[in-house]
Design a protein around this ligand. Structure first.
Ligand code: AMP
Ligand code: ZN
Length: 486
């Protein structure tokens, strides 16, 4: 089978055909670093990671580029409102760049904790203002711009394909209500490429440009940086569904307005994570971070498992109950993997030591085939997870075959299964060593044996229960009583 992806451009599943056989250029919109990423944002990055890992698994060489927006993102997607970075900087009494650095570091710490592979190229907007200016000049020389009220605007009337991605109806829009009123615009869909007249006083970061000293609009950074690192045409662009109507629509107009060529072949968008109570957003302050989940006793892998349980194009509702259920399922899975490792005497092996190659003759192969088919069907992680669950529970397979299969699947799902199982084994062994070294346990077992001999069963049960509460289970056998860690 071939890989099929749902292309937002056209709204259909399409066979994936990269520009160059075996190679994929992929740009994912990155974070805006004026606050911590919330768990909804992190869904977008886990999705990018699944896409990147699936493509690699399917044999493509992937060039993954992600930006970090450290300037010019206004409080709405539209060209009005307060600059969020500047607002946070003001609040904290720090510089905009200090704020950006702090939250960029926090973002990458979250990414690492979620076992998201870092994109090969990570680029910051502030390092690419020259490229943005160059691109705006090309857009301008193709007649797509006008100056008004001190800002340079993109004139959507000059780009007939404007709105194709979002299926916007320009006529409705002209009549309609969508965007704020900016009297400098000829059309409400027009957007700013370069600001010289900031609506805000004391704009922190400004640059010289052919249009005067100022700063770039938000959308231009993604056009400029993706083209710098991936060329003027590339294969895949991702983001959350909120980016379809404005950000990506404007990115297309700018990029194709500059080059006159199709820019991106496949547009992939992840659905939102929503809260059971209201919308989660950075600007409203109503959001959960990964750290909050960890403070509540969840492992970042529990959250990753929870996300993979939903298809990326389905809305997911966050609740503590669903986190509990993800946590339990993952724990059961890790327990199975630890039993498999122990049965092989491989408790000490690290994930990296286990070959993920599964030969065609392996009895585990049918699971791997279905796993691959799940990925090829628009990255169906729920189906991929259920193949993993089936594999680890199949008693008819040898432990070694199962383990290679797990390693292969986990190169995409990235749930750190083998390492977590090793940690679980090590933890249990440490607890067992502690019990073995505790003379009190042996003394209680002897006391219980005496009680039983004296037919004092109430006391014998009381001792058994006391130890059980400490996680020590007693088992009576022909050669006496032994203990085992619960
Ligand atoms: P931002 O840092 O606001 O630019 O957002 C980073 C990424 O998160 C973008 O791709 C957004 O589309 C995406 N995103 C924002 N909110 C959510 C959400 N609640 N669920 C899933 N993705 C989201
Ligand atoms: Zn972008």
């Amino acid at each position: 089978m071939a890989l099929e992806l749902f292309n937002t451009m056209g709204r259909e599943l399409q066979e994936f055909r990269p520009r160059e056989a075996g190679k994929v250029g992929f740009y994912g919109c990155g974070p805006t670093v004026y606050n911590y990423a919330h768990i909804g944002n992190l869904r977008a990055f886990v999705f990018q990671d699944i896409l990147e890992r699936s493509l690699s698994y399917l044999g493509y060489e992937v060039n993954h580029v992600m930006n970090v927006t450290d300037i010019g993102h206004l409080a709405g997607d539209v060209d009005s409102g307060e600059d969020k970075m500047v607002a946070t900087a003001k609040e904290r009494g720090q510089s905009v760049l200090e704020i950006a650095k702090f939250y960029t570091d926090a973002f990458f710490a979250d990414i690492d904790r979620l076992n998201i592979r870092r994109p090969g190229t990570i680029c910051r907007a502030t390092d690419h203002v020259n490229e943005m200016i160059e691109l705006i000049r090309r857009i301008e020389s193709n007649g797509h711009t006008y100056m008004s009220g001190g800002n340079l605007y993109f004139d959507v009337a000059t780009f007939p394909a404007y709105g194709d991605l979002a299926r916007l109806n320009l006529e409705d829009l002209k009549a309609g209500a969508r965007i704020d009123v900016d009297e400098n615009k000829r059309n409400p869909y027009d957007f700013v490429l370069w600001f010289t007249k900031s609506k805000f006083e004391n704009q922190a970061l400004t640059w010289d440009s052919p249009w005067g000293r100022g700063y770039p609009g938000w959308h231009i950074e993604c056009s400029a940086m993706s083209m710098k690192y991936l060329g003027e045409q590339f294969d895949i662009h991702t983001g959350g569904i909120d980016h379809i109507a404005i950000h990506h629509t404007n990115e297309i107009a700018q990029s194709e307005g500059a080059t006159g060529k199709q820019w991106v072949r496949y547009w992939l968008h992840n659905e939102f994570l929503v809260m059971d109570k209201g919308k989660m957003s950075k600007s409203s302050g109503n959001f959960l971070t990964l750290q909050t989940l960890m403070d509540e006793g969840y492992d970042p892998m529990d959250y990753r498992y929870f996300l993979l349980g939903g298809h990326y194009r389905s809305q997911l509702t966050f609740s503590w109950e669903s986190m509990d259920s993800a946590k339990n399922s993952r724990k059961n899975l890790v327990q199975r993997v630890s039993a498999i490792l122990e049965s092989l005497g491989e408790a000490a092996a690290s994930a990296a030591d286990i070959a993920p190659e599964v030969p065609a003759s392996s009895p585990a192969k049918p699971y791997l085939d279905r796993f691959r088919a799940a990925l090829e069907q628009d990255l169906s992680t729920p189906r991929a997870l259920s193949e993993l669950q089936g594999l680890v529970r199949d008693q008819g397979l040898s432990a070694a075959d199962v383990l290679s299969g797990i390693a292969a699947m986990d190169s995409v799902l990235a749930l750190r299964l083998v390492d977590s199982a090793r940690a679980m084994i090590a933890e249990r062994r440490a607890a067992e060593a502690e019990i073995a070294a505790d003379p009190r346990v042996e003394a209680l077992i002897a006391e219980r044996a005496e009680a039983k001999k004296a037919k004092n069963f109430a006391k014998a049960d009381e001792i058994r229960n006391r130890l059980k509460d400490e996680g020590i289970l007693l088992e009576d056998g022909p050669s006496g009583t032994i203990w085992r860690k619960a």
